[in-house]
Design a binder for this molecule. Sequence first.
Ligand code: HEM
Length: 480
Amino acid sequence: MADTQMYKVIELFDSNIVTTEGDDWLRHRRLTTRGLGDEVNRKVWKEALKGGRDELGKWLGSDGKMQNLESDMMGLSFGVMWRAGFGMKRAETEIGPSKIPHRISFKYAFEAVSARLFLVTTIPHWLLARSPVESHRRAAGAFGEFERYVRELVEEKTEMMAKGDDGEQMDVLGSFIRSMHRKPSSPNYDKLASTPPTDTLTQSELMADIFIFLFAGHEATASAMYYSLLFLALNPLAQQNLQSSLDTLLSQRPPEEWSYDHDLPALLTGMTGAVMNESLRLMPPFMYVPKIAHLGNGSPELTIDGKRMVVPEGCQVSIALPALHRNPNCWPTEKEVEDDLDRFRPERWFTTKEGAASENGNAAAPKLYRPPRGAFAPFSDGPRSCVGRRFAQIEIVAVLAAVFLTHSVELSVSDFATDVEVDRMPAGGAGRRSVWEKAAARARERMPMGIEESGLGLISRDNARRIGFRIAKRGEERFF
Ligand code: HEM
């Protein structure tokens, strides 16, 4: 079962879907999944396509330089959660409709609290506010602002729903609010509280789940998008394969004409899905899934190399996803290439384990390789697996398609040659190739590929942040 103690550090406001067990957890889970249906997925698709195009516009506006790809991806996925998941209409960076003005934006308050989670979940806030240490007082200030924002967010959404302003939409926040236990005297009670009392959340539980959705949802998705772009920049041939498949699927249609019902399934099961899966295989946003052996939960036995082992009650077991995802018994590999499973090779998802080309070449009905159950678990597996899996998958493939149909992402070589020097080198010549190789070698050094190097954190891979990128129109790439 889930080792919920490990997650106490993200218990802000109250217990939440991640830190509860048994009936309590089921209640959070039921309410959450109710708000994550097809209606929301369609909005995720639309918002992610728009987000991808907006980022493109921003990068092109700064002369192709992608100054901080990681924070761009975080901003994009925060916006998708805000508009599609929470159904909010105003921009997430706009200061909220408060009588007492806020000092910082909602997004900034959230980021400030996330960066200081350990402090705000372990030390009483009154103590932090009086601490002689400045960073403690800042943490208390950010928490105070964030708490006020979340209360206002709930009020704002409740009003939108009562007025019918949210188009009767069932999104994550709407589902939570509909289920919040309200006193019959509340003016919105009749309209909003139609569910039985067992399916309710208290105000503080609702606030806690809002935080979890922002925290777990948007950071993990941003990490997956960031690494997909990084892997593609490092592997130009895979990038070209992706672009050819997008040409076939989408031809020159603009994203506004792409269809959720036809184009999305083709993207998910084609090369775009393969790129996403391969990136999640090598660099899963959650490196470990913490579990705890529980006798009441079936027999905690493992069979390792034919030997039966018993895992004692209460034993903590951490599933190291990067190791799990490199099991040579479970994946198609290029046998002649040593460490093939450490390589980013999305094409592997189009072969069988025996190495034969699968039927996936068929663009009309592609199908990706299906590893044995348990061998690929970036979203975990079983009852505690990720509720936002579909949300995230749609967002990732939409952004990849919106960017790569018309543009390419290149490594920046500015540490090794200026733009003028690169322009002087003949296209396709050894000079350009050589500076690119240097930039690629530097980027590989900075990428945490092993579990020991990568640590536990989500996207907190400081070295990888120092890798520079550029965006180029297709046909205007400088190196390939
Ligand atoms: C690429 C993106 C994502 C990845 C790789 C990911 C991965 C995971 C993993 C591995 C777990 C299980 C954690 C554990 O058991 O210890 C999990 C749980 C969870 N995820 Fe995600 N996630 C992603 C995106 C999202 C999104 C977009 C949302 C919200 C819309 C979300 C909401 C949640 C929630 C609420 C849980 C807790 C489920 C429970 O305990 O019942 N995730 N996720």
